[in-house]
Design a protein around this ligand. Structure first.
Ligand code: CO
Ligand code: CO
Ligand code: CO
Length: 311
């Protein structure tokens, strides 16, 4: 994509950031993002909730607050009952309200497959943007939600996930990243992204490239859903996660004994994942004290740039 430069375009396409940011005045910048996907759970109301939480996440990952949202809906209206469509939208609106944002419009098209999501507009003070490019050597890396939603979703489709595993990932995917985002802003994080389709490794690599630093990750400290490893051992790994591994593994060095299944989880494509936050040690401790959840999973090192060491 050709890169666009403009004095008020504060965050554009250059660093694969979670959202674009445009300065309106000295005190206010707009944050804009869009996200939508096909159902990953059977319940349409829950699918609507997950799609909205996922879309809002890019605003929180920039350190901002969502203001307004627009629905994006593709639906096979001649093949499926309208009640399903209604339930998706109702699930969505519940989470839009919870986020304190307003639904102000949307667009729908007829399609062979259901797809739902949002475009979201948020605001932030121009000096408070938390981008991918601010990570500094010595920073700790915090992950706020466990990994494995892609693998467990695959197990659900195969009818091989337990009730407990299903409940765990649904609770996590339905949880807004608002609180984590607010605390991160309060304690002043250096960089942040949310973990979605490219997995922990893929999204961390975007931060490392933008910040011109490297990272050490301690795999045994990475929070993982309890059944994710068993599911990976049974080969229930989604295509997206295999693609992530093929694409990113040349930038990942492993110098610790690690099972190939745990590795699958580090590359696992997430839906509505947590925030990955880079911040100095003192502030990392303060973040965890305030947020109560979240784990320090690694740290930023100066070299080699754009690489991850699993140690
Ligand atoms: Co994102
Ligand atoms: Co996104
Ligand atoms: Co970011």
């Amino acid at each position: 994509m050709p890169l666009i430069k403009h004095p008020d375009l504060l965050i554009g396409l250059e660093n694969s950031d979670d959202a674009g940011v445009y300065r309106l005045t000295d005190d206010i910048a707009l944050i804009q993002t869009v996200d939508f996907f096909t159902p990953i759970v059977d319940d349409p109301f829950i699918f609507g909730q997950i799609a909205v939480v996922n879309a809002m996440s890019d605003i929180y990952a920039m350190g901002g607050k969502p203001l307004t949202a627009m629905n994006i809906m593709a639906f096979p209206i001649k093949k499926l009952p309208g009640e399903i469509l209604k339930q998706i939208l109702l699930g969505g609106i519940e989470k839009i309200r919870e986020a304190g944002a307003l639904l102000i419009g949307g667009h729908s098209v007829e399609d062979s497959e259901i797809k739902y999501g949002l475009s979201v507009t948020g605001i932030i003070h121009p000096s408070k943007i938390i981008s991918n490019g601010g990570a500094k050597p010595g920073d700790k890396l915090i992950l706020t939600k466990p990994l494995g939603t892609g693998i467990i979703s695959t197990a659900i489709k195969a009818g091989m996930a337990s009730e407990k595993a299903i409940e765990e990932i649904i609770t996590s995917m339905c949880k807004l990243n608002d609180k984590a985002g607010n605390i991160m802003q309060e304690v002043r994080a250096n960089a942040c992204t949310d973990i979605t389709g490219f997995g922990l490794i893929g999204h961390l690599l975007e931060v490392l490239k933008a910040s011109k630093v490297g990272a050490i990750i301690y795999p045994e400290r990475v929070p993982v859903f309890s059944e994710a490893v068993t599911c990976a051992e049974r080969g229930l790994v989604p295509t997206g996660s295999h693609l992530n591994r093929n694409y990113y593994s040349s930038r990942v060095k492993v110098d610790t004994p690690i099972s190939p299944f745990k590795l699958d989880i580090l590359y696992d494509a997430q839906t509505s994942g947590g925030l990955l936050i880079s911040l100095p040690e003192e502030r990392a401790k303060f973040f965890i004290e305030k947020f109560k959840e979240g784990k320090i999973i690694g740290e930023i090192i100066p070299q080699p740039e754009g690489r991850i060491l699993l140690h």
